[in-house]
Design a protein around this ligand. Sequence first.
Ligand code: SAH
Ligand code: TMP
Length: 387
Amino acid sequence: MPIANGFLLPTEIPDEKFFDLSVGLCRSCAMVQLTNVLNRDQLFHDSYAFFSSTSEGMKRHFKEMAASLTARYLENSEPLVVEIGSNDGIFLSNFIGTNVRVLGVEPSANVAAVAVSKGVRTVSKFFDEQLASKVVNEDGKADLIVGANVLCHIPYLNSVFAGVRTLLKTQGALVFEDPYVGDIIKKTSYDQIYDEHAFYFSILAVSAVCSRHDLEVFDVEPQTVHGGSMRYHIGIRGARPVSIAVSALMEQERSAGLDRLETFETFRKNVENSRTELLSILQKLKAEGARISGYGATSKSTTVLNYCGIGTNYIEFICDTTPGKQGRLTPGSHIPVVPYGAFAEKYPEYAVLFAWNHSNEILAKEVNFKNAGGRFITYVPAVGILK
Ligand code: SAH
Ligand code: TMP
């Protein structure tokens, strides 16, 4: 596989890097994880391609999250919220003008600069145990530590949890959410598997990590975002009552076999079938002379395109609203990424919905494409052409 967010210029093709992408299940703690991870500086740097605020739906999601966590955890007079992976400030900007002190920790300097320009205090560093001690020295301990779609990106997870333990106040909470392995299995959303996602969390695995650091999960809340995520509430062991939702989810995971290899063998077969079905639709449409584009040059699409062997043989271009991806080629498959306007000016007959996790938002706004006879092709939770 190439680097999932490594959108490149044609001149960079000869130097493009590839690596082996494979996933394993830990037999002792049930963590699903990449068996081979890349160096963090190769992934997160000053030209990181993903800007969280490109999605209106995610802006709403984080606004609601800020309101809900404020009511639950931020009753002190000047509480401190530290966010790991704060990106362009999509979550922390909700606290501007309030009594809440914030600090974003965001190593990708270009996205961190956008947060700073919005007035969100941000340090452009990787969060780990060392950084946590530095924050304690400079700002004191945190009432709330938040991480959305980031802890699953961090292979040195034990250092992160040790840092959380150091940084949290006695009654403080770490609240984090990531794509949920139960949904990945259920929906065959194998495109969540790419270099940046070192872990595919379950509560069984998250609890095992917590127990190594004197922490415990005291609540869980399923989320619909990113194709199905889980929000974990974690505190210092014994500090808060543990919700019944925690043991219920553990039970559910055991009965779904999320701690057993056979479950993942079945998943593998489902993934292979998904590839066969998607290719057969594309081959058929292409044979009929249809014009096919892609919608959303997501990092997830890199897995699908490269695993299925889809390039410009099937897909003419992929439109994406992120300026930094436009004018570049998709990693490995080298399909041109074009601005949204190129899609709307001359609609193709079909568009593969690579940003399927934003499908509500996209289907609602693409009325003209639909009225022009355009159809979306999807592959999660099942391969097909949307009605
Ligand atoms: N929280 C945002 C961004 C998710 S993308 C959202 O949900 O939309 C993941 C982000 O985590 C990237 O911006 C990346 O630069 C950052 N990141 C990666 N490793 C990190 C680390 N060790 N500490 C803090 N941020 C990290
Ligand atoms: P994500 O799946 O990692 O959130 O990335 C979504 C990508 O899709 C990102 O590159 C922006 C792009 N996008 C569009 O081009 N149009 C849209 O309407 C939405 C919601 C996303």
